[in-house]
Design a protein around this ligand. Structure first.
Ligand SMILES: [Zn+2]
Length: 119
């Protein structure tokens, strides 16, 4: 597993959790990549997060540092999905966003469902 998160403890914890969950639902290709999650104030950018490819094997993800629980997980899943799309070379912006929005919703619902069964 290869993720590094900078930010407060709570944020890093969520980033790791979302990463682990995402890894369990995707192939080994994703696990082998290096991802750094960086928390900062993105209010001016008007987005919850964005993702940039650093080189063939590493990505830098920026996440807004004041997200609610659900938004936080959904944004992470969304950005992780963009990493997968980069790996597979999906370039169409419209399709990328459509897919990422779908996945964030599905993953979040599934994750909540799986947490409930633990109780
Ligand atoms: Zn997106």
């Amino acid at each position: 597993m290869s993720i590094c998160a900078s930010g407060d403890k709570y944020c890093s914890y969520i980033a790791f959790d979302a990463y682990k969950y995402f890894c369990n639902h995707t192939g080994d290709t994703f696990k082998k990549k290096e991802i750094e999650v960086h928390y900062c104030d993105l209010s001016d950018d008007n987005v919850f997060g964005w993702c940039e490819r650093v080189d063939d094997n590493s990505w830098l993800i920026h996440i807004h540092n004041a997200l609610g629980y659900e938004e936080h997980f959904r944004t992470l899943f969304h950005e992780y999905m963009h990493v997968i799309q980069d790996i597979y070379g999906l370039k169409d912006e419209g399709l990328r966003e459509h897919q990422a929005y779908q996945i964030e919703g599905i993953m979040y619902k599934e994750m909540c469902g799986s947490l409930q069964t633990v109780h």
